[in-house]
Design a protein around this ligand. Structure first.
Ligand SMILES: *Cc1c(COP(=O)(O)O)cnc(C)c1O
Length: 369
């Protein structure tokens, strides 16, 4: 008998979100308005120690506008990880600047400050770490490199709502930080992004750029886009924000259970001083990509356990981005891309689900050993 599938991710949307959307639709004010303004303030207070937040239409828009607001453009280089979703490097490339790929640390899957230092040139203007899977990047190490070379820091915090390092929340380190609100992220607004800004000047540039360059209607100051969030999306996000802390605790408890019971795999360590919010719970398995893929298939087909491989192809080898990095070798990135599997860790898992995940992984891994 086959059991119901345990999905790798599961967005949670309830009656409160539906009621909030209905209230916006009834109000007749659907586009960016009071819900967006309230969401920005609540997000700032809850997640980034009060830094000014500007809501936008997606996480990718947030990266793009944040980079433009900080003056990044043609001739500039921004150092990014290759082991991430393509939106990180895409947003740099879309400004006309060049994404320069650096390697990661195997434990945290985040940028390695030594590799970043080696990638700095006279055209480098910034480092953009990704807090991958919900684990904070080594911000003190990266800040030291930035200080030595006079670089800015931008944070791709798409996967890391609520994560912190040394008691400081991610999103409060860089000149700007982006959080994604896509449905599979730790909280959602449907589609959406939030840009947390270090200064009012950067925040104002983001506001202008998301709204055709206007702060006052028809007084267009700069060339901008339409990357506004709607009040419909903000209403969903406001409800989700009130639930995020509880969901994060549940993710952390699920991760602790997996840490304690998985065998024969490398479970994800947490750096000293770090709070991991487990957007993904990502293990590494021995034996290379073919063995990893066998495990993923067996989990799904023999045990009805969903899992994900984020990311099987490093960005510097994607056909869209490889021209930025001819001949580049990033050995740790390659190793991670061949070894990672993200297991279900989302807050909807029951105790029985977690037991099934553990039994499935332990059985399938042992069978290949
Ligand atoms: C999801 C994600 C993005 C893009 O966010 P969208 O809201 O999907 O546009 C960027 N970077 C990383 C690391 C992500 O996981």
């Amino acid at each position: 008998m086959s059991l119901p599938m345990i999905p790798a991710a599961k967005p949670i949307v309830g009656d409160e979100e539906r009621a909030a959307v209905d209230a916006v639709l009834r109000s007749g004010m659907i586009a960016q308005g009071p819900q967006v303004a309230a969401f920005e303030e609540e997000f700032a207070a809850e997640l980034v120690d009060g830094r000014r937040c500007q809501a936008v239409s997606s996480g990718t828009s947030g990266l793009h506008l944040g980079l433009l607001a900080c003056g990044v453009g043609p001739g500039d280089e921004v150092i990014v990880p290759s082991f991430t979703f393509a939106a990180t490097a895409n947003s740099v490339a879309l400004t006309g600047a060049t994404p320069v790929f650096a390697d990661i640390e195997l434990d945290t899957f985040c940028l390695d400050p030594k590799s970043v230092e080696a990638a700095v040139t006279e055209r480098t203007v910034a480092i953009m770490p990704v807090h991958l899977y919900g684990h904070p990047a080594d911000m003190p190490g990266l800040q030291a490199v930035a200080d030595r070379h006079g670089l800015k820091i931008f944070e791709d915090a798409a996967q890391a709502h609520g994560a912190s390092l040394g008691g400081r929340k991610v999103g409060s380190f860089g000149d700007f930080a982006m959080f994604s609100l896509y449905p599979t992220k730790n909280m959602t607004s449907g589609e959406g992004g939030m840009v947390a800004c270090a200064t009012e000047e950067i925040a104002r540039q983001v506001r202008l750029l998301r709204n055709q360059g206007m702060e006052r209607q028809y007084a267009n100051e700069v060339i901008g886009l339409n990357e506004r969030m709607t009040d419909i999306h903000a209403a969903i996000g406001r409800v989700q924000l009130t639930k995020l802390a509880g969901w994060t605790r549940q993710r952390q408890e699920n991760a602790a259970y997996l840490d304690a019971h998985l065998e024969g795999v490398t479970t994800p360590p947490v750096a000293a001083d770090a709070v991991h919010v487990y957007h993904q719970y990502t293990i590494r398995v021995a034996g290379g990509a073919a063995e990893r893929d066998r495990i993923v298939t067996a989990l799904r087909e023999e045990h009805q356990v969903g899992s994900g491989v984020y990311y099987p192809i490093p960005n510097h080898r994607l056909s869209s981005l490889e021209h930025f990095a001819p001949g580049l070798e990033l050995p740790v990135t390659e190793q991670a891309a061949a070894e990672v599997i993200s297991l279900p860790v989302h807050p909807s898992l029951s105790e029985g689900d977690l037991e099934r995940v553990v039994t499935a992984v332990n059985t399938v891994v042992k069978a290949g050993a």
